[in-house]
Ligand binder design. Sequence first.
Ligand SMILES: Nc1nc2c(c(=O)[nH]1)N[C@H]1C(S)=C(S)[C@@H](COP(=O)(O)OP(=O)(O)OC[C@H]3O[C@@H](n4cnc5c(=O)[nH]c(N)nc54)[C@H](O)[C@@H]3O)O[C@H]1N2
Ligand SMILES: Nc1nc2c(c(=O)[nH]1)N[C@H]1C(S)=C(S)[C@@H](COP(=O)(O)OP(=O)(O)OC[C@H]3O[C@@H](n4cnc5c(=O)[nH]c(N)nc54)[C@H](O)[C@@H]3O)O[C@H]1N2
Ligand SMILES: [Mo]
Length: 757
Amino acid sequence: MTVNSDDAINVREPETSAVGIPGLQETFYYARTEMGLTRTVKTLLKLNQIDGFDCPSCAWADPKPGERSHAEFCENGAKAVAWEATRARVDRAFFAHHSIEQLLAEDAHSLEHHGRLTEPMYLAPGADHYTPISWNDALQLTADRLRAMPDPNRAAFYTSGRASNEAAFVYQLLARRLGTNNLPDCSNMCHESSGTALSATIGVGKGVVTLEDITDHAELIVIIGQNPGTNHPRMLTALEMAKKRGARIVSANPLPEAGLLGFKNPQTARGLVGGGTKLSDRYLAVRVNGDLAMFAGVNKALLALEEKAPGTIFDHPFIETYCDRFDEACQGWRDLEWSAIEEASGLTRKELEAFAGDVVAAKSVIVCWAMGITQHRNAVATINEVVNFLLLRGNIGRPGAGPSPIRGHSNVQGDRTMGIWEKMPDSFLDKLRDEFGFEPPREHGYDTVNTIRALRDGKIDVFFALGGNFVSATPDTAVTEASMKNCKLTVHIATKLNRSHLCHGNEALLLPCLGRTERDVQASGEQVVTVEDSLAMVHESKGRLNPGSEHLRSEISIVAGLGKALFGEDVGWSTMANDYRVIRRHIEHVVPGFDDYERRVHEPGGFMLPRGPHDSRTFETATGKARFTRNEFDVIVVPEGHLILQTVRSQDQFNTTVYGFDDRYRGIRGGRRVVFVNEADLAERGLHDADEVDLISVYSDGERYAKGFRAVAYPTPKGCAAAYFPEANVLVPLDSTALGSNQPTSKSIIIRIEAAS
Ligand SMILES: Nc1nc2c(c(=O)[nH]1)N[C@H]1C(S)=C(S)[C@@H](COP(=O)(O)OP(=O)(O)OC[C@H]3O[C@@H](n4cnc5c(=O)[nH]c(N)nc54)[C@H](O)[C@@H]3O)O[C@H]1N2
Ligand SMILES: Nc1nc2c(c(=O)[nH]1)N[C@H]1C(S)=C(S)[C@@H](COP(=O)(O)OP(=O)(O)OC[C@H]3O[C@@H](n4cnc5c(=O)[nH]c(N)nc54)[C@H](O)[C@@H]3O)O[C@H]1N2
Ligand SMILES: [Mo]
């Protein structure tokens, strides 16, 4: 892995399978460099084990207790752990030496690479250096600024998805006790579109399959808009198991991702030395934003087969018993022209009919998806169409079938379950009121995009973040960064320094917390926290390493400390911070599905949350039925001479955390300012591979520039392009969001590409 970026970006052929020996070597080299040998062994062997800690990287599920390997982690999980457990420190001397201005000139990699934050720091009005502050003063100052606001809605409480269930629950309690539902979170940028579509169509905003459904039951697994080789590497092990028993995989992706093509399992001899497992049986090079058309096309093809041989294709008993609006949806498919489908999807009718053939041959089908689906203007409609696709053949609520949005951050799903949402339903707020004896606000709060608008318009006095890197993760970087200046106070609970800590309000606080890997000892003894994975298993996580500094506090203790500074002991803030079992008892009373929480979560592997569609084909929608939808055929029209740009993650990053400058599977080494473009599109513009180019996004409110990218001729469909996030976020217009979910459209940005100016 290259850890310094330089001008000479090295480009090779993309790889055709993931993991294997290079992945393993990289893991250990990297972990040793950050943590040293003893710490590496001690830490990695506890990762994702029953008595260990949950991997702080992605939300992929763990196998059952008896089926875990001794090394139940992947290259990228190991990087995330090493990055947190590093021996490097950012202390008061560091801040005395480095001004805000100096730090703003550093890139994301170098900021976090300085090491772990060690003690609370304060930035006074007009100051150019952070200086030490005591915990007590930091919490009092925050409480004073919050109390000084004329309206509680002048505060916003952002959450990144690494926070534990307990931290998230106490945090939303604090915001609501204060009187606001302004709880924007990273999920607004991640699976908001999935939640919106699934709630309306099947009555639950999360996926409804289990790990065994994938490994043991599904006959066909469809993977769309996801790059599991990089972002959910342990999913490849599950896919390999499915393949071994004869399941088929169909992938749709505008990039030929190595991890979808093949897998060399580093934990088996065959994977280390042999050719590995071929994963996708069918690879559909869909156009960026073409999935709505693709699924409409497949559904149309299925309908045609059904009409030719009635009663042989669709699951009529299921449709009649459990669904509504079926006829309306069918009419929609009849009315669609194949030419429109082909143009919008970039796929031929023949390809889509062949895909429909795979579907008909499979008794059970799962669809997995991630950001390539959710970050588009038509994302909600696309996911509705995926639900249609599954409902047609009763592929929900039985083994090996169902929708499976693959979550990002390790506890992003749990945070939502705990109430981190700007529009939690009244049923949740009623229970919160009954449990704690105060009336929570009912008016919906700001999501992430609306928080940025409010910041920009001077409507937020205090911006508080539980983790994350708000200014780098959100769209329209220039607008967002400038907007933070309008705050009176910005506060970040964080493990490592990032750009959000430098784009500050009039005053700023930096509050360092324990990480997932570290022991958490409170008044009642050593604590555990709990998390929920992408497949709705709730389990515990227990840090093992000694804290990175004696001054670190747990997220829970910081948030509860602020609660106490604001409200005294009204809801028992200290009792919760002293003993997390008290928090779990409150959760049990407030959040459905957590009965007998304390006992069940300590069982090896934890427990599964109830999900009506999966457990009993119960659909808690507006009509009590699963809902077919007729979706408007909304496709982005790219103006002549323009391209549609998607933003992706490299192999060496976790969101805005940049571990290094390589993207091994895509053949990129030594840099991140690259743009992947079809060779013909380059040629049409008189450009060539390796040219330096500028990217210009065009939107109704004007043009945005990202300059100095290396063009890489790449096998992506004509008219499409890709670049890395967060570098490309300057190009994403704040107002360009998904219909119905308000999620930023980070995967469909209309751009021009020009020779560098
Ligand atoms: N190592 C590592 N792991 C991670 C993360 C990380 O940054 N690093 N991030 C975590 C988080 S928060 C998340 S949300 C997940 C993200 O996991 P992914 O969604 O896999 O992440 P992206 O890199 O955004 O990849 C999007 C994929 O969708 C494809 N795509 C783009 N547009 C389209 C389209 O229109 N149609 C189709 N069919 N495909 C499209 C892209 O080519 C790419 O393969 O990963 C989580 N895990
Ligand atoms: N263009 C574009 N933009 C995107 C995306 C995209 O695909 N394209 N993806 C979006 C998605 S899916 C997501 S989820 C968001 C991610 O948005 P965020 O969650 O806000 O960003 P991260 O980069 O994950 O946050 C990294 C920071 O978290 C802090 N941190 C790490 N561990 C801990 C911890 O244990 N506790 C605390 N308190 N802090 C910790 C560190 O300081 C680190 O710098 O970005 C979104 N933005
Ligand atoms: Mo995410």
